[in-house]
Design a protein around this ligand. Structure first.
Ligand code: ATP
Length: 235
């Protein structure tokens, strides 16, 4: 479904990605694990065109998307939930969800998707008329994921959904990610610092250090890997 081939991405003169390659098949949950500053967010932003790579290429469903504008990439079904959630704090919950569906005109399907997210997160239905900024951190993460679902993603990019949330909320968010993958058939690219959690729901994982992929394997193998245990799993 997605092929990231040897991309190099810069911020001015700083080379943040030094040749990153990742492949994702339709239906998979893939996780990208790494410490602060490893280049995980930059990888996501390179895929969705916000920080375009300077070399290498990205192919989605057989089409080269490198160099396309972010809105063109969104139209193809690659939707990102950014780090820190970035909901619209002064818009209501419902208006935030409408913003997710901004590029769609299939009204009947949109209604069904709205019902689906309200069913998945009843708290959002209860608070539909409340400004997004009044929600708790966990509820805002639910809203950010729901807003992305309203865009009808084929590939969902999630940037550290567990960041700053209580363990019980994180558990709920991860259950929902799995559900979105199995029930709604959305392919998921999950960036996480919490390797233990991410590997539990992902089929395969990539490990990143200072702008490079240093390891990739099935989640089961990564959980048994001695290097992984010491550096990322705290075992
Ligand atoms: P985190 O978990 O902290 O988000 P990350 O793995 O997502 O880390 P990136 O945010 O992709 O890492 O950062 C990769 C490198 O690029 C880091 O060295 C970072 O300092 C640098 N970087 C990121 N954003 C910018 C920017 N806007 N300008 C300059 N350098 C940046």
């Amino acid at each position: 479904m997605l092929e990231v081939n040897d991309i190099q991405t810069y911020y001015g003169n700083i080379k943040a990605l030094k040749g990153v390659s990742v492949t994702i098949s339709e239906g998979e949950i893939i996780t990208l694990i790494g410490a602060n500053g490893a280049g995980k967010s930059t990888t996501l932003m390179s895929i969705c065109g916000i920080v375009p790579p300077r070399s290498g290429d990205v192919t989605f469903m057989g089409e080269a998307i490198t160099g396309m504008k972010p809105n063109e990439i969104v139209q193809r079904g690659i939707i990102q939930v950014p780090e820190g959630r970035r909901i619209f704090p002064f818009l209501t919950v419902k208006e935030n969800l409408d913003m997710g569906a901004f590029l769609r005109n299939d009204t009947e399907e949109m209604k069904k998707d709205l019902e689906y997210v309200y069913e998945m997160f009843p708290i959002l239905a209860e608070r539909r008329n409340q400004p997004g900024g009044t929600l708790s951190g966990g509820e805002q993460q639910m809203l950010a994921i729901s807003r992305a679902l309203m865009a009808k993603p084929r590939l969902l990019l999630l940037d550290e959904p567990s960041l700053g949330l209580a363990p019980i909320i994180v558990q709920r968010i991860f259950e929902v990610i799995r559900k979105i993958n199995t029930e709604s058939k959305v392919t998921v690219f999950l960036v996480e610092q919490n390797a233990n959690l991410a590997l539990k729901i992902a089929h395969r994982g990539y490990v990143m250090e200072t702008g490079r992929i240093i390891l990739h394997d099935t989640s089961a193998n990564l959980m048994q890997n001695e290097e992984m245990k010491k550096a990322y799993l705290g075992i």
